[in-house]
Design a protein around this ligand. Structure first.
Ligand SMILES: NC(=O)c1ccc[n+]([C@@H]2O[C@H](COP(=O)([O-])OP(=O)(O)OC[C@H]3O[C@@H](n4cnc5c(N)ncnc54)[C@H](O)[C@@H]3O)[C@@H](O)[C@H]2O)c1
Ligand SMILES: O=C(O)C(=O)C[C@@H](O)[C@H](O)[C@H](O)COP(=O)(O)O
Length: 545
């Protein structure tokens, strides 16, 4: 029987896309997602289809998409969470290699958070999850050849379990095709789902990706503004020229380097340049640079005419693995870090690894802090890879550069795909940032973000340990892995009162309540609300120089 090599079914948020992409890469085949087919067909996100036309209409679109994909696709296919509700779909799946990815309710609520972007889980998520699973579990089991539990497992481990269960032959990666997975040569495409009314987009990781820009910019744009930092004046001009050669009216806007760009004055300078160019709603902003540049570019795009499209071309490790992905954009104020901003996802992200060759080593290492963060909150393989070769992790020529970057992007993509606006799950990405941002403000934004976050993570680990949540070995591992790549572990002891004051404006605070992300273990982030001031002070004592 021809048709898909594997069909993944299971509830929303179980990780069908990330597992499916990995699996396709391991099997040397392509990945297809019927939810993406429905979105393409309808021309709008699923939440909007539900809202505008109702569930019945969505199910009809989904039924057609599944029938087409089962007939046409020969790689890995994943189906929407409710596809099995349709009797005709279940018949279609009879005798197919269907895998049910299961998870328990606690894990579901943790992964999907409050589910603001999930049309069926808008209120009371725990109760609704239980009811949803009670209604669907037997249908998943009916169509499945095998059940693979995902609780506490990484996408890699789940992909391996599927390969073992179905005895699938692994094949060479197919370069240049959709979702090719991790490969140094080919281009990796990582999907970020459209949520909260935003469109889905892709993060591309590879080499020579600038050729992708015109397609992302599209035909409707007449003007393009390329925002770049002073350090990348030549690159910015080259991108501008390239776009001008393609027929766009392209301007370059040079920003100061690093945090000096993240001010309202710089944003106003950009607004002025756009106004003088006659920039309209169909025109596009391209941010070429580190996290500071893409934060400003995204913010200018979010605020100009109340929102124009933008594309991120991150040129630092930190920009690639974190800042450019997920749509948090913004600027600093004297009162605190990133206090003004908007959620405004890019239309695409191009991570050209060659850009990292010119990055000063301390900027490269700063980006490792966010990679290590992704390791602690979600993907311990990252930590293993760094510990196996800490020197290699400090340079773009290291043996695991692409894999570390791609793994970290996958962690971020998975989180922001289910919680764009930080209504729950997304807070885990703030691990180490509560104290980190306070240090940045205290240093008048002269420190590199990653250095401050490194100390912030050691502090959060000590907080977790003192709160009786984190074991000694994992807390100590923070110090060893961060130090091994050259990141700082301590800050001035006499600054605690100022740092405490600074932390009060952290975006996770509610009223007078300070909230921190801590770990119950590796890959088990959780929120610690209103810790005892004595515990906070004691934790700070552990990072005081
Ligand atoms: N929006 C988000 O979700 C998010 C996530 C993480 C961090 N951030 C923000 O990102 C910022 C930090 O980003 P960063 O670490 O990339 O620092 P950065 O943008 O300040 O860049 C560091 C320095 O490197 C220069 N540079 C950039 N690319 C270069 C290259 N290829 N070669 C040579 N020099 C280059 C820059 O001009 C700058 O001087 C912070 O403001 C942080 O708050 C945002
Ligand atoms: O994307 C997120 O969400 C994060 O928290 C990622 C952080 O690494 C990043 O530094 C972010 O800019 C911090 O956001 P903020 O809301 O605390 O300013």
């Amino acid at each position: 029987m021809s048709g898909p090599l594997v069909v993944l079914v299971g509830p929303m948020g179980v990780g069908k896309s990330s597992v499916g992409e990995l699996l396709a890469a391991r099997l040397g085949t392509t990945y297809r997602d019927t939810d993406a087919d429905v979105v393409a067909e309808a021309g709008k996100p699923i939440a909007e289809i539900f809202y505008d036309e109702g569930e019945e209409h969505f199910r009809a679109l989904e039924r057609r998409a599944v029938a087409a994909a089962v007939a046409e696709h020969s790689g890995v296919l994943s189906l929407g969470g409710g596809a099995v509700l349709e009797g005709t779909t279940r018949e279609l799946l009879a005798d197919r290699p269907v895998v049910y990815l299961s998870m328990n309710v606690d894990e579901a609520v943790r992964r999907v958070g409050l589910g603001a972007a999930r049309p069926l889980l808008a209120v009371n998520p725990r109760k609704q999850w239980r009811e949803l699973m009670d209604a669907r579990r037997h249908l998943y089991e009916e169509v499945a050849r095998t059940v693979v539990p995902t609780d506490g497992r990484t996408p890699e481990e789940v992909a391996q379990a599927i390969i073992d269960a179905l005895e699938l032959p692994e094949g060479p990666a197919a370069p240049g095709v959709e979702n090719t997975g991790m490969t140094q040569q080919g281009t990796t495409r990582i999907q970020v789902a459209g949520t909260a009314g935003s469109d889905p987009y892709e993060v591309l990781v590879g080499h020579q990706l600038l050729g992708e820009l015109p397609q992302l910019i599209g035909d409707r744009a007449k003007r393009v503004a390329v925002l770049h930092p002073e350090a990348l004046a030549e690159t910015g001009e080259a991108v501008r020229q390239d776009l001008a050669d393609q027929g766009y009216e392209a301007i370059a806007i040079q920003l100061p380097n690093a945090e000096e760009a993240k001010t309202v004055e710089v944003a106003a300078y950009c607004w002025k340049a756009l106004g003088q160019t006659g920039f309209t709603r169909s025109d596009v902003i391209v941010g070429v640079g580190g996290g500071a540049t893409t934060d400003v570019a995204g913010f200018v795009a979010a605020s100009w005419l109340r929102g124009v499209r933008w594309i991120a071309v991150p040129t630092t490790v930190l920009g690639m693995v974190d800042a450019a992905v997920g749509g948090k954009t913004g600027i600093n104020t004297a009162e605190g870090k990133n206090l003004v901003g908007a959620f405004h996802p890019p239309a695409g992200v191009l991570c050209d690894l060659a850009a990292l060759d010119s990055l000063p080593v301390h900027d490269y290492v700063s980006g490792m802090a966010e990679i290590i963060k992704a390791g602690f909150i979600a993907d311990p393989v990252i930590l293993d890879l760094i510990e196996a070769d800490p020197e290699g992790a400090r340079t773009p020529a290291g043996p695991h550069t692409a894999e570390l970057i791609e793994r970290s992007i996958r962690v971020k993509a998975e989180v922001v795909s289910s919680d764009l606006k930080e209504s729950g799950l997304r807070e885990i990405l703030n691990y180490g940032h509560t104290l980190g941002h306070a240090i940045e403000k205290n240093e008048r934004y002269k420190w590199r973000h990653g250095a401050a976050v490194s100390i912030g993570m050691v502090f959060a680990a000590e907080l977790g340990r003192l709160a009786g949540r984190l074991d000694d070995a994992t807390a100590d591992r923070h110090r060893t892995v961060l130090e091994s790549v050259g990141l700082p572990l301590a800050y001035r002891g006499d600054q605690w009162p100022k740092l405490l004051e600074n932390m009060k404006v952290d975006k996770k605070s509610r009223g007078d309540l300070l909230r921190f992300i801590v770990l119950d273990g590796i890959g088990k982030p959780t929120v610690l609300e209103g810790p005892d001031p004595a515990v906070l002070l004691a934790a700070y004592g552990e990072v005081s120089a």
